[in-house]
Design a protein around this ligand. Structure first.
Ligand code: G1P
Ligand code: ZN
Length: 543
């Protein structure tokens, strides 16, 4: 076996964002670009000699090539074993599951999540730690620092490996085991939700559609929904992972999963609709005639989780990212368990989960999860919903309405201004921050500012402080606006504006969302001077 030491100048732009290093494909195709970043990751893993690494990705363009490269670099860097998903595939939650189950020091997951793929789309490389969760900021900073200091990498000079046949082969002194990407994950799901009850539900004629969006959850959903649970063939659509996701954004929301959304809101809706994203960690839930916001979904799952065997003992606590609606907090209060508010990004849930302070957590961006892994988990959320529907015998839309009747409804929308000028975006946030001290007490179109700040998080477990996580303006009329800049975009800047209002009067629960939120939206736009500063009079995406 020939180990090659390749000398290269470092790249200075390998700074991981909200979820790993995410860039356009041509950037990753630069000679040595992937190699140096992988080397920087591996150099940062403590005690990797002889250790196990997990490897896989969402199947997007470059996935196979980067899997091969990573295997050869891992072998040259003294890893003992790599577990790689067959075909180079592993969903993000399945990678988390495999890392935890097999005692790996971590995993490298190749994905740009819900961003489009293909030769001109996005690619990404992220590192998950031994707990199965996204590397904490201290680690991603160390990887970045290492990437800037590297003068080369070590790689084994060998032909590509067969990634399609399950089994173990040797790569130098390292073994490579190609695993069934679904098996461990399926076992874990069986331990959490009542497969028999869900199978009975399908046998009784219950119908659903799961849209895998030509991304990684296709094989998982087929094996679990149509295989283990006996849902009719054809329940899972767009089930074959494609390198370019069929040219679509594999982002499960009403805009990008438009077909599913239209079906569910139309006259022939099945009983339940769901979708997942590129790497399988996000989920969309649609009841017949009713889109379930991710914030509501988290709250509803929290209220009913005890019906699933894995959560029968109840929940220790619930966490949500700051921009997520406060619906889950209301459930936590009624269960008399703690509610936590974290910055955007799944990594902030890790400490809370590891310390056992929370059982469920979620984000408004279609992320829901629990302590079973350290990533959000799209298919898990779908299975837990199915378990709840089977256990209650309730229709999905009726379940949502009953929840509102009990807890009130958090009307919610997010406006994204994509690919705006980065300087303009920074200027907008700076201007907002400057105004914060003066805002409380001010009136805007019938709304009174109660408090205004830039979210600062103190981690209750390790005391670490994360600042400037989004400007939030809370109004006395039970409304709130949050502004923050995306940390996952790959072109220009994306301004996200999160708008919500709580209503509990029975006659207001079914009002059109636009009507309830219109005054808050107007204040959100004018307060930040969005049109003047960004030149945009409309958001690019409303979810
Ligand atoms: C977005 C979402 C965030 C999620 C992240 C990774 O990050 O807003 O909730 O954790 O993707 O899926 P953002 O682009 O807003 O930084
Ligand atoms: Zn994702």
């Amino acid at each position: 076996m020939v180990v090659k030491d390749v000398t290269t100048a470092p790249f200075l732009d390998q700074k991981p964002g909200t979820s790993g290093l995410r860039k356009k494909v041509p950037i990753f195709q630069q000679p040595h670009y992937v190699e140096t970043f992988v080397q920087a990751i591996l150099d940062t893993v403590p005690g990797h000699e002889g250790a196990t690494l997990v490897l896989g990705g969402d199947g997007r363009f470059l996935n196979r090539e980067v899997v091969q490269t990573t295997l050869k670099i891992a072998a040259a860097n003294d890893f003992g074993r790599v577990l790689v998903g067959q075909g180079g595939l592993l969903s993000t939650p399945a990678a988390s599951c495999v890392i935890r189950k097999h005692g790996a020091v971590g995993g490298i997951v190749l994905s740009a999540s819900h961003n489009p793929g293909g030769p001109n789309g996005d690619f990404g490389i992220k590192f998950n730690a031994a707990n199965g969760g996204p590397a904490p900021e201290s680690v991603t900073e160390a990887i970045y620092a290492r990437s800037k200091a590297l003068d080369g990498y070590r790689i084994l000079d060998v032909p590509d490996l067969d990634l399609d046949t399950i089994g173990t082969t040797q790569l130098g002194d390292m073994s490579v085991t190609v695993i069934d990407p679904v098996a461990d994950y399926l076992d874990l799901m069986r331990s959490l939700v009542d497969f028999d009850a869900i199978a009975r539900l399908f046998a009784s004629g219950f119908r659903m559609r799961f849209d895998a969006m030509s991304a990684v959850t296709g094989p998982y959903a087929k094996a679990i929904l149509e295989g283990a649970l006996g849902a009719p063939a054809g329940t899972v659509v767009n089930a074959v992972p494609l390198p370019d996701f069929g040219g679509h954004h594999p982002d499960p929301n009403p805009v990008h999963a438009a077909d599913l959304y239209a079906l569910m809101l139309g006259p022939d809706a099945p009983d339940f609709g769901a979708a997942s994203d590129g790497d399988g960690d996000r989920n969309m839930i649609v009841a017949p005639g009713l889109f379930v916001t991710p914030s509501d979904s988290l709250a509803i799952l929290a209220a009913h989780a005890h019906r699933a065997p894995g959560y029968a003992r109840g929940l220790s606590g619930i966490a949500r990212s700051m921009p997520t609606s406060r619906a889950a907090d209301r459930v936590a209060a009624s269960l008399e368990i703690p509610a936590y508010e974290t910055p955007t990004g799944w990594k902030f849930f890790g400490n809370l989960l590891d310390a056992g302070l929370i059982t469920l957590c979620g984000e408004e961006s279609a992320g829901t999860g629990s302590d079973h892994v350290r990533e959000k988990d799209g298919l898990w959320a779908v299975l837990l919903w199915l378990n709840v529907l089977a256990a209650t015998g309730s229709r999905a839309d009726a379940l949502v309405r009953a929840h509102w009747a009990e807890f009130g409804r958090d009307f919610y929308t997010r406006h994204d201004y994509e690919e705006i000028d980065s300087d303009a975006a920074q200027a907008l946030m700076a201007a907002l921050r400057d105004r914060l001290p003066a805002l409380p007490g001010q009136h805007f179109r019938g709304l009174t500012v109660e408090s205004a700040d830039d979210f600062r998080y103190v981690d209750p477990v390790d005391g670490s402080i994360t600042e400037r996580q989004g400007v939030r303006i809370v109004f006395a009329e039970d409304a709130r606006v949050v502004y923050r800049l995306s940390g996952t975009g790959t072109a220009g800047a994306t301004l996200r504006v999160y708008i919500e209002r709580y209503e509990s009067a029975p006659e207001r629960l079914e009002l059109p969302i636009a009507e309830v939120l219109a005054p808050v939206v107007a204040v959100a736009e004018s307060l930040a001077d969005i049109a003047a500063i960004t030149g945009r009079t409309e958001p690019s995406v409303i979810t």
